[in-house]
Design a protein around this ligand. Structure first.
Ligand code: ADP
Ligand code: MG
Length: 273
């Protein structure tokens, strides 16, 4: 069922600059169907600023769809998502939410970075250009400033010497680190990762996880869909286990990973461990 999204939480005043501090995500009663398939069946989740949330679950459980609702890559059939109190993708009128214009959605997305399994770099641009492009285009930053900042970000992900390489000349791990630097270039308050290491050869996984670990320690709000259970236990403040479009279990890793209470969580962990 598509249509107006019912209001389920009170509005809060919030700044909207991409450079704002914060990154508090509230997901309330979120529902999403594709045709007859109900993929998200009422999701409630709060991520506090600076927290790391790892989302685990079997293939098809709705993890990517949930992540995509946070920056309005999916419309909702019910519920809402707010980041620092601002409703994502919709404007309230009375009790009903109306979808924002593309321009307004793009503005919101500058504060919410996303890194995909398959990098999505621009093949005709160098690493430096990939990182400098978005701030130039989205924020109107001048070329010199954007490139200086891109150089600093590439150094931060360990690629200071690769600034002028094209993606095809980089390993998968290096490409993913460029993608992370690119996401950071807009100074997001929230960074979303959808299986950032799933497309990588095993020997390249750790270099990417290490960069994500650094971001976590720097206090960036992170939501990470991952199958790397040991990494999730190590880095996450909260672990969420999804199955069949619902959150089956959530809590600190010592509970959800080490002492799961639900049979579905136990079964999943037994299979992937
Ligand atoms: P996960 O990331 O946990 O593997 P997804 O959120 O990608 O799960 O998908 C959940 C379910 O929704 C799957 O059955 C998938 O096939 C379906 N799905 C995802 N996106 C679409 C879409 N755009 N159209 C139709 N079905 C979709
Ligand atoms: Mg997925």
């Amino acid at each position: 069922p598509t249509g107006p999204v019912q209001r389920v939480a009170p509005a809060q005043a919030a700044p909207s600059s991409a450079a704002r501090r914060g990154g508090r995500i509230e997901i309330r009663g979120v529902r999403k169907s594709f045709g007859d398939l109900e993929v998200l069946r009422g999701i409630d989740l709060t991520v506090e600023p600076g927290e790391v949330t790892a989302i685990l679950g079997p293939s098809g459980s709705g993890k990517s769809t949930l992540l995509r609702t946070i920056n309005h890559l999916e419309t909702l059939d019910g519920g809402l998502v707010t980041v620092d109190g601002e409703v994502i993708g919709y404007r309230r009128r009375g009790n009903v939410l109306h979808e924002l214009s593309e321009k307004e959605v793009l503005r919101q997305r500058t504060g919410i970075g996303m890194v995909f399994q398959s990098f999505h770099l621009f093949g005709h641009m160098t690493a430096l250009q990939n990182v400098a492009e978005a701030p130039r285009r989205a924020l109107g930053v001048d070329r010199r400033t954007a490139e200086d900042r891109a150089r600093a970000l590439l150094a931060r992900v360990g690629l200071a010497d690769k600034a002028d390489e094209y993606p095809r000349r980089l390993s998968g791990g290096q490409q993913q680190r460029v993608a992370i630097a690119r996401a950071l270039a807009l100074e997001p308050t929230v960074l979303l990762f959808d299986e950032p290491t799933s497309a990588l050869d095993p020997e390249l996984v750790e270099e990417v996880l290490s960069v994500i670990r650094d971001l976590a320690e720097a206090g960036t709000t992170l939501v990470i869909v991952t199958h790397e259970i040991a990494f999730a236990r190590d880095v996450a403040d909260t672990v969420v286990f999804m199955d069949g479009g619902v959150i089956v279990e959530q809590g600190p890793p010592e509970d959800v990973i080490d002492h799961p209470t639900h049979n579905r969580t136990k079964g999943f962990l037994a299979r992937v461990h």
